[in-house]
Structure formats: structure tokens, C-alpha cells
Design a protein around this ligand. Structure first.
Ligand SMILES: C[S@@+](CC[C@H](N)C(=O)[O-])C[C@H]1O[C@@H](n2cnc3c(N)ncnc32)[C@H](O)[C@@H]1O
Length: 230
């Protein structure tokens, strides 16, 4: 907790992103990863494998863009830097450690960009990856909105439109269901997409995002995650 607070105080971050809560979220994700690393690893591996399968299926591999690159936990950066001439990592904010990792590669660029609206930047890519970003896009903006469900849905629908408008091959990775479990029994199912359907997935797996007691003394939270290559 103290380490988290110190990181929060000492990390240079645009004022508006700090005030909106983006820095706190990304530091929180890093801490949860530290606590749940072993449980997360199968999901991170599945995500990296789906991204590499999409990359390897391409005839041309000049540029790959990763949307929501975050802390690079689920991004196979070394492999992408080998496969592509140009790798662009886009997130609303890049932590210093991520900037240092990116700087190790001559063909990796980091772009700080808000992906909630407008068109996608870097629209000449061969592959665009949306890496566990979709449901995160409305997460902070909806705190500031009155009608939050429709608002969240509109933000996610816009991201899907952005992806379908690019000429690149796309690899969308997103959770499609949140499960609250007591052992093997599912006690609650939550739709994080508010009714938006992502269609038939190419791959599907579970992310044990918060095994007990991370969020609850006795219940585990799992996400059902899909990869869709289009
Ligand atoms: C769950 S994380 C994705 C995991 C990430 N691929 C990794 O390996 O660490 C979601 C990411 O989306 C980013 N994000 C949230 N809202 C965003 C926005 N409006 N524009 C760009 N990135 C955003 C967050 O900063 C965070 O890094």
C-alpha cells in the first residue's frame, strides 16, 4: 500500500489523467498482478499466443499496433519486434518501466493516446491488436456520466467500429463474461459488454483475475475471455 502510494506520488503523469484516476488504475493493476501473478499467467499466455497466431497468419508484416498495451503483461513484445518492422504501443498512459522496456528496441514506439473517441491513429498497420482494452475504455469515463450503462455501451461500440473500419487484420481480445464462483459453482454472471455481442470467437479461455481472498473472503472472480481475429 505504501509502495503504491509512493509510486503514485512520484510518477510523472499528465495532471488530467491523474485527476481522472488513470494513474491510480494502472498502479492498482500492477499491484494486483503482483498478488495474483500465478493465477493470471494462463490468461496472459493465451493472450500472447492469440496475438502471435494473428501475426504469423499475415502475408505482410510491416507494422503492428497494440491498443491498450498497458504494462505489457499480455503483449509478446520481443516476438512482435522480431516479426514486424514497426511496433506501435498505444495507451492513454505509459508507466516509466514500460517506456524503459520500449526503449530497448529500435523498432518499438510508444504513443500516448486516448482511444475513447475519434479514429484510430496509425491507420496504415498490417495488424491492430486490442489487448484486453474494450471493457476498460468506459471504466473511468462512466464515473463522470449520469446514464452510465448506455454511455459505456456507446464507448465500446465505437471501439468495435474503429476496429472494423481499419484495413488491417484485427485481433480483438476481451472478456465477455464475469463469473463469481464458490469453488466449482457459479453464483453470479455479469455481462461486462451490456448486451454487445462479439460474435463467434476464434479462441476462448478463462482469466482467474481475482481468486479469493483478493476481492472476496470466499468467492473467486473469473473472466471468460475471447480472441477474435478478423
Ligand atoms: C486491462 S489493461 C490491458 C492489459 C495490458 N494489455 C497489459 O498487458 O498490461 C487496460 C489498459 O487500457 C488502458 N486504457 C484505458 N482507457 C484507455 C483509453 N481511453 N485510451 C487508451 N488506453 C486506455 C489502460 O491504461 C490500461 O493500460
Amino acid at each position: 500500500m505504501l509502495a503504491e502510494w509512493l509510486t503514485y506520488l512520484t510518477t510523472r503523469c499528465p495532471k488530467h489523467l491523474r485527476e481522472m484516476g488513470y494513474l491510480r488504475e494502472i498502479i492498482g493493476t500492477r499491484s494486483r498482478y503482483g498478488r495474483c501473478r500465478k493465477a493470471w499467467e494462463p490468461h496472459l499466455r493465451e493472450t500472447r499466443n492469440a496475438i502471435l497466431a494473428a501475426a504469423e497468419s499475415l502475408a505482410s508484416r510491416k507494422k503492428v499496433v497494440v491498443l491498450g498495451s498497458g504494462l505489457l503483461y499480455d503483449v509478446p513484445l520481443a516476438e512482435l519486434a522480431e516479426l514486424f518492422e514497426d511496433v506501435v504501443l498505444i495507451d492513454i498512459f505509459h508507466m516509466p518501466a514500460v517506456r524503459r522496456t520500449g526503449a530497448k528496441y529500435t523498432n518499438v514506439r510508444l504513443l500516448a493516446h486516448d482511444l475513447t473517441g475519434g479514429d484510430l491513429p496509425e491507420n496504415d498497420a498490417d495488424l491492430v491488436v486490442s489487448a484486453n482494452l474494450l471493457t476498460q475504455l468506459p471504466f473511468i469515463p462512466r464515473r463522470f456520466a449520469d446514464e452510465s450503462e448506455g454511455f459505456a455501451q456507446a464507448i465500446m461500440a465505437h471501439h468495435l467500429e474503429q476496429l472494423s473500419s481499419v484495413r488491417a487484420t484485427t485481433c480483438l481480445i476481451s472478456e465477455v463474461e464475469h463469473l463469481v464462483c464458490a469453488g466449482n459453482q457459479v453464483i453470479e454472471r455479469i455481462d461486462p459488454l451490456y448486451g454487445i455481442s462479439l460474435g463467434e470467437p476464434d479462441r476462448e479461455w478463462f482469466w482467474d483475475i481475482a481468486p479469493h481472498p483478493e476481492l472476496h473472503r470466499q468467492y473467486d472472480t473469473r473472466y471468460r475471455v475471447i480472441a477474435k481475429i478478423g
